[in-house]
Design a protein around this ligand. Structure first.
Ligand SMILES: *Cc1c(COP(=O)(O)O)cnc(C)c1O
Length: 500
């Protein structure tokens, strides 16, 4: 046996005494535990005070009114204590925050969050675990891996092969999926300039943006038309794949969307898997929105065919009620993750025997977001959590059906998930003024602070959109919002008529 090559520290060096280190009073450290506790208690009290007085999802501030007090703060002149800084941050942010727990927030795919995840967030922030290497995350590495394996098993991927990693969001998950698809095509000798991917015309913009980021050029992402239910038209896909090959190009990937951002439409996954097969094309499912169905007690069947894909994007911060950020990319075959690997002597040398998550990630330093989902599942279980998503799917259906009966409301095909796309459609008004009236309805709702709805376009025509992610919301509350929109619509239309 050789002796250790380092010398133990000389015993004469005294450890710093608490009194000395207390100089660094704002560090999270056992010496400052009392200060930490009082800061967190003050913050909690402020949060609960605000929560008790919230009167709507927003206060309707304009960008200019929101900016002025913030840009006026002199960042070189600190306030010195947490209480004062909390008061300031209340005025600059919380007092006019957008509250996603409010049942009349119905705009974007940002969800109300569950309590077990918030308890986890408190711990992970203070400990400051970083997921890049095992020697910064120990148990966290295995919590993340176990969750990835569980999620991939729910998607139906084979045991022993499946893998994946938590990411910052669906955009990053999609980028990584396409990086893997590109890498697999390159292994087969496909020249990059001939590589193409196919995705529905309604897919998320991060797919086309990924083509640009991956150096494939904007022309590499090809939009496949959708059918009347706004799902990818598979006959068109098949024709376009054949044309692609006839043109001497290579269809390297097909991206299906399981829950389009606007319409909650789920592309026909099984048929798309069949269409991919003759070309050996990578089959990615962007389930950023619909991924919550993996835990659904009643609607899991809507994802049938997902088990035939090569990779899936899941945003836990949408239909799993997790605080931002929490997302994952899962893959059928762990060998394909090599395309995201890079080794550095200072961090994760190739000969390291540790399980280093950075080997699979586009990020280096990375939050321990997995612990939030872990706590959530350990408290609620998948059925308990999935029932929240099921509730908003039912709610959307009910609201859609009620709106479809109204004479002055136009709807589009009902969502398979939880969006309702509609507009105020006064009889006899042309397309252009109608678009303007609907844009103004949305702005007026925002300014009133009573409700927040989103907007989108359907074949160039202006529509409004409810994105429902709050299981506590009722159909009556949402129909009330629509009634307000109709009243505003009537008012705006008569003004338009007077002007004309
Ligand atoms: C939200 C969304 C994304 C992007 O996810 P982020 O977490 O916002 O990056 C991608 N695809 C679909 C279908 C989405 O709805």
């Amino acid at each position: 046996m050789t002796t250790p090559s380092f010398d133990p520290p000389p015993p004469s060096v005294p450890r710093p005494r608490a009194a000395e280190s207390a100089g660094y009073a704002q560090l999270f450290h056992p010496d400052n535990a009392g200060r930490y506790a009082s800061a967190v208690t003050d913050a909690l009290r402020l949060l609960l005070d605000q929560l008790a007085t919230v009167e709507g999802p927003v206060t309707g501030l304009s960008p200019a009114a929101a900016a002025a007090p913030v840009t006026g703060v002199d960042l070189d002149a600190p306030l010195g204590d947490v209480t004062a800084a909390l008061t300031e941050v209340r005025d600059l942010w919380l007092a006019d925050a957008v509250w996603f727990h409010d049942t009349t927030y119905a705009a974007h795919l940002n969800c109300p969050v569950v309590i077990p995840a918030l308890a986890a967030e408190l711990l992970m922030a203070a400990v400051n675990t970083s997921m890049d290497t095992f020697d910064q995350s120990v148990g966290g590495t295995f919590i993340e891996r176990h969750l990835i394996d569980w999620t991939a098993a729910r998607a139906g991927y084979p045991e022993g092969m499946r893998d994946g990693v938590f990411t910052s969001g669906g955009s990053q998950s999609n980028l990584q999926a396409l990086l893997l698809a590109r890498g697999e095509a390159q292994l087969r000798g496909v020249p990059l300039e001939r590589l193409r991917f196919f995705t529905s015309a309604d897919s998320h913009f991060s797919i086309a943006k990924s083509a640009r980021l991956l150096g494939l050029g904007d022309a590499a992402a090809i939009a496949v038309p959708t059918d009347a239910a706004r799902r990818m038209d598979v006959d068109a896909l098949e024709r376009m794949l054949a044309d692609c090959v006839a043109d001497g190009l290579v269809p390297a990937a097909v991206v299906a969307t399981a829950g389009t951002t606007d319409f909650g439409a789920i592309d026909p996954l099984d048929e798309i898997a069949d269409a991919c097969r003759p070309y050996d094309a990578w089959f990615h499912v962007d389930a950023a929105y619909g991924g919550g169905l993996l835990a659904s007690p009643r609607y899991r069947h809507l994802l049938a065919g997902i088990e035939r894909s090569d990779s899936v994007t899941i945003d836990f911060h949408k239909s799993w009620f997790q605080p931002v950020s929490s997302s994952a990319l899962i893959v059928r075959d762990l060998a394909t993750m090599q395309h995201a690997s890079w080794y550095a002597d200072y961090l994760n040398p190739q000969e390291s025997e540790n399980p280093n998550q950075v080997d699979k990630s586009l990020q280096t330093t990375r939050r321990f977001d997995a612990v939030k989902l872990w706590m959530t599942l350990r408290v609620m279980g998948p059925d308990g959590l999935g029932a929240y998503f099921d509730a908003v799917i039912d709610l959307a259906r009910e609201v859609h059906d009620r709106l479809a009966l109204m004479d002055d409301i136009e709807t589009v095909a009902p969502s398979q998930l939880s969006t309702v796309v509609f507009r105020y459609a006064a009889p006899g008004l042309d397309e252009e003024p109608l678009g303007e009236v609907n844009r103004r309805i949305r702005a007026a709702l925002w300014s009133s602070g009573r409700a927040v709805v989103a907007a989108t376009r359907v074949e160039g025509r202006q529509f409004l959109k409810l994105t429902l992610l709050n299981p506590k919301a009722t159909a009556e509350e949402l129909l009330d919002v629509v009634d307000t929109a109709r009243a505003l619509g009537r008012e705006l239309t008569s003004v338009a008529a007077e002007v004309a």
